[in-house]
Design a binder for this molecule. Structure first.
Ligand SMILES: CC(C)(COP(=O)(O)OP(=O)(O)OC[C@H]1O[C@@H](n2cnc3c(N)ncnc32)[C@H](O)[C@@H]1OP(=O)(O)O)[C@@H](O)C(=O)NCCC(=O)NCCS
Length: 221
């Protein structure tokens, strides 16, 4: 297997420590857009400008994994497309400490972190992150560039559109739809379908606002 370049050194660092414990991929370096260059090393590895990554680590010798967090969700898709356009193979990362039932189909650049349990018969597009300790029931559908945060419990048959963000510890009934670019707040209990572009939270979760122009933006304090 080729060595891997991680695109993104913010959430990329969180991913690095998650992956390093199990050693199933060999991470060579980080790359970030020149405008976001802060340090020349992260986690003991070189950080190179994305504008130069192809020259330093060519796609013929290296694969890539785009690891972008949730502060501006639309950036996840933008970075994925930029990495693709440079010709890299974008790998899937499934933690050896996750339980992923057979028959799950997925595109590329998906990350499934430790201790998550993913039910049988699911379908997943590209660029999704399933964080630690998630239960995702059988026969789910996930589009692309979504994040399911740590500790969520989502019933079987969930249908999650593109660029959805599901906060930590969300619990949700089976067979619900999550419209594109929706945001479900931390600790919510979802009992009904979630409207596209809505921010929902509470028990039961209700829409409290919409953000079609900006997409999901989350400011942690
Ligand atoms: C939904 C969310 C984005 C709202 O953030 P925000 O716009 O900064 O909102 P605030 O914290 O200012 O809260 C505004 C009000 O909504 C309430 N509220 C916010 N999130 C809520 C939630 N998930 N459930 C219930 N009430 C919530 C607050 O209590 C507050 O109520 P008040 O005005 O009566 O005091 C945020 O609460 C959230 O869920 N972030 C995701 C965190 C997460 O899961 N991170 C992943 C880490 S891996």
């Amino acid at each position: 297997m080729k060595k891997v370049i991680i695109y993104g050194a913010g959430y990329g660092k969180v991913f690095f420590y998650e992956a390093e414990r199990y050693g199933i991929i060999d991470i060579e370096a980080f790359t970030v857009d020149q405008a976001y260059m802060k340090n020349e090393k992260e986690c003991g590895l070189p950080v190179v400008p994305f504008e130069e990554v192809k020259r330093i680590y060519p796609p013929s010798k290296y694969d890539m994994l785009v690891v972008c967090g949730y502060s501006v969700m639309r950036n996840r898709k933008i970075m994925y497309e930029k990495a693709k356009s440079k010709g890299y193979t974008l790998i899937n990362y499934i933690s050896p400490a996750a339980v992923v039932e057979s028959g799950i189909k997925m595109g590329d650049n998906n990350i499934i972190m430790s201790n998550s349990v993913i039910g049988y018969g699911g379908l997943m597009g590209n660029g999704n992150i399933v964080c630690q300790n998630v239960y995702l029931g059988h026969e789910f559908y996930i589009g692309s560039h979504t994040i399911i945060s740590a500790g969520c419990t989502l019933g079987g048959g969930s249908r999650i559109s593109d660029l959805v963000f599901i906060g930590m510890g969300v619990t949700a009934r089976s067979f619900l739809s999550y419209g594109e670019e929706s945001l479900i707040g931390i600790g919510s209990n979802v009992l009904k379908d979630v409207e596209p572009f809505s921010t929902c939270y509470g028990n039961p979760a209700k829409a409290v606002g919409f953000h079609k122009e900006t997409g999901v933006i989350i400011k942690e304090r």
